[in-house]
Design a binder for this molecule. Sequence first.
Ligand code: SF4
Length: 370
Amino acid sequence: MDSMYVHIPFCNRICTYCDFNKVLIKNQPVDDYITALITELKSYGEQTLKTIYVGGGTPTALTVTQLDRLLSFITAQFTVTDEFTFEANPDELTTEKLDVLNNYGVNRVSLGVQTFNNDLLKVLGRTHNFDDIFKSINHLEKIGLTNYSLDLMYNLPGETFDDIDMSLKYVSELKPKHISWYSLIIEPHTVFYNKINQGKMSIAGSLEEGEKYDKVIAGLDNLGYPQYEISNFAVSAYESMHNKTYWLNEPYIGAGAGSHGYTGDFRYYNIKPVNHYINNMNEHGTVVKEKLQLTDNDKFEEEMFLGLRLNKGVSEARFKEKYGLPVDAVYGDVLKNLTARKLLKRQGGYIALTEAGRMIGNDVFVEFLL
Ligand code: SF4
């Protein structure tokens, strides 16, 4: 394994659009969770990894003491050679917490900015405001942690094209190394979902969403952030190594409540609810809820779905090396068909979505189901 994801499922407030595995931190058994998480991490043994990504929830919702305890364990057992990322909310990234991250070698921060518009931040139910974003970036720059990514969203309720221009303007001023910019997805069991169903809220339709996406891609490209994945953009040499593990369909450890991991032959899924996760670890010494053995066809499909998210696409040579047969032996007709429809292109040994293909990515991916 080269990579590990660690999940911290606690947040100080629940955002109105969120369907991640998270709970309000108040009154939660956070220390017991960290104990169970450490027990799970121990089960993977000492390892040297290229990347570790601590995400959530909100990892920075932990106290300084809890962060110190978790990171001291992680860094004692795992050596990270390349990229050690921590997700953070702007209002929670205090100098004390940042010092802890810095002391343990965290070298990349993914900052949950979402938007620079205070009104939209309120609609999203975020705990931070415009000023917090700049304060946290100041803190990062003061300690020399300049490899940070901004997490942004578009197609928010009430958002205008000017809001996207405003975000682009601040990106050009702040000069982060990496941007993730996702379209808002309305997920079931969220406040947004209920409001939309009750007719109390609406978001722009797919035509306007597409125009906003085009604006994001072109705007970031102009600023020196070429798109390298459907929703990710980076200056040269700062693409997310950890996330590329997923898109290149490489094995990784997933630790923590609701995490999933991939061994190359099977995918495993951890128990989601925090209390069940803790109890299972204490009583049964395991937190895995389900293990799925992958068939060859599963592996081929995942290789294509995930790899086609990258602008570079799927390497034909890598496919052959991994699976012992050329991609045409599995997908010859599909590739011919999608290439003829100008939804896919084959260039320099890679199969990639065209611009038209990227606009209807999910429809293209379905064609690869076996
Ligand atoms: S901070 Fe992140 S994980 Fe927590 S509720 Fe908001 S979107 Fe969800």
